[in-house]
Design a protein around this ligand. Structure first.
Ligand SMILES: Cc1cc2nc3c(=O)[nH]c(=O)nc-3n(C[C@H](O)[C@H](O)[C@H](O)COP(=O)(O)OP(=O)(O)OC[C@H]3O[C@@H](n4cnc5c(N)ncnc54)[C@H](O)[C@@H]3O)c2cc1C
Length: 386
């Protein structure tokens, strides 16, 4: 991958992408495959661990293969069953028709970055974008390395929250400070008893935890909890796990294993689910930067990749002069809403119920009697192949 040699790149890129998660990287590959000059900035250095359930819904399978990800050769676990439990341990077991595969972000993200670079994208890892300004139909990006870059379009794929949200004065920020905040934690567990081909989701008071298999016999265990749970237990993750998560008898053995083993959790905070805009100051947002879905109620990675899939042909039309900037922004916003807003709303509704002990238990009892309703809800959290 390229590194900076001069402080001010003379080149004007067709597209600058800020953020090298699945949303930004898959868009970079598509644009580079189309012969466009793309630069992508990632503040971290690959490979690195992220808080994520690492379950990729099957709707993305063909898309990722088209980008060059050799999924069929990677011997990934495939999930076809689903278990859901309430905080008191009332459980539902169901088939997962659409299903998904497990792959660590530690492996997937650098793989995508290498593919983007191979197609000609300029990837700057360890480089944080500190400012983006727009004037005279051109963007100027300033980075932590003291360099500036110019681009005709900029895509914001910087995830749930980043320095640039504040720089661009994004409207959702003010509301987020007043609303509910969440903390999320991930472990990779080495368990020899986790059921194959199964995704488990266990609720606890004001939160829920997902478990699913990964390559190499690992199990992903990631959860999201209302920040109040952490504060109530002296800001200690271990104490919150003991006092809150372990109250669910189906979740207890996994959390005990996590605490017994030498597993370092990855933790993130300041998560909110406020509605966001898809365009701010002409920057086109995708992935979590455009709309964060309650993580275990939908597939955030799919939504990020779907957004890039929508954006790619529109960017090509704009760059070729077939549509104006205003049309690019309007059409992207419309198409994004049409495709993804319903999923975000469904996710928010499910999220309201999860973590409420009585509501979750009652909901699971109903679902046990009405399997078609379970199928319907699961369908809302997955999309169509594209
Ligand atoms: C507990 C939990 C479990 C989840 N489980 C799943 C799951 O099983 N399946 C699923 O599909 N989704 C899941 N998700 C959601 C999924 O992780 C996200 O939707 C997805 O990672 C979003 O991808 P993204 O590319 O938009 O952002 P990210 O993957 O967050 O990438 C954004 C990148 O931008 C970089 N960045 C930020 N600011 C700058 C800057 N100024 N300059 C340069 N780089 C910058 C960051 O370092 C980061 O690497 C889960 C989320 C959580 C919290």
């Amino acid at each position: 991958m390229s590194s900076l040699t001069d402080k001010t790149a003379a080149e004007v890129y067709d597209c600058a992408i800020v953020g090298g998660g699945v949303a930004g990287l898959t868009l970079a590959i598509q644009l580079a495959q189309s012969g466009r000059r793309v630069v992508l900035f990632e503040k971290e250095t690959y490979p690195f661990h992220r808080v994520c359930g690492e379950y990729i819904s099957m709707e993305n399978y063909d898309f990722l293969c088209r980008l060059g990800v050799p999924l069929a050769e990677m011997n990934l676990p495939v999930m076809t069953r689903f278990t859901l439990s309430s905080p008191s341990g009332v459980a539902l077991h169901h088939r997962l028709d659409i299903g998904g595969v497990g792959i660590t972000r530690y492996e997937l993200d650098p793989l995508l970055a290498r593919l983007a670079a191979r197609h000609g994208a300029s990837i700057h890892e360890g480089t944080k974008v500190t400012d983006v300004t727009f004037a005279d139909e051109q963007f100027i990006l300033t980075t932590s390395t003291g360099s500036t870059f110019r681009a005709r379009t900029v895509c914001g794929a910087w995830g749930k929250h980043a320095n640039l949200d504040g720089k661009l004065k994004r409207p959702f920020l003010a509301e987020s400070r007043q609303g509910r905040q969440f903390v999320a934690v991930k472990y990779h567990l080495q368990l020899d008893y986790f059921p194959a081909a199964t995704v488990e989701m266990h609720n606890f008071r004001d939160g829920y935890c997902g478990l699913s298999p990964l390559p190499g016999g690992l199990t992903n265990c990631s959860y999201i909890s209302d920040l109040r749970n952490l504060r109530a237990h002296g800001n200690s993750v271990a104490e919150m796990e003991r006092q809150v998560l372990m109250q669910n008898p189906l979740l207890r053995p996994y959390i005990e294993a996590a605490q017994r083993g030498d597993f370092t959790p990855v933790v993130i905070s300041q998560i909110t689910f406020r509605e966001r805009s898809t365009v701010d100051q002409h920057v086109l947002m995708l992935g979590d930067a455009a709309g964060t879905i309650a993580p275990l109620c939908g597939n955030g990675m799919s939504m990020g990749m779907n957004a890039g899939f929508l954006l790619h042909p529109l960017l090509l039309d704009f760059l070729a002069g077939r549509i104006s900037r205003a049309a690019l922004e309007e059409q992207y916003t419309q198409q994004w809403r049409q495709l993804l807003r319903l999923r975000i709303t469904a996710g928010r509704l499910i999220h309201q119920v999860f973590g409420q002990p009585q509501l979750t238990s009652a909901g699971i009892q109903v679902l046990r009697r009405l399997p078609f309703l379970t199928d319907f809800i699961l369908k809302q959290t997955h999309g169509q192949a594209y």
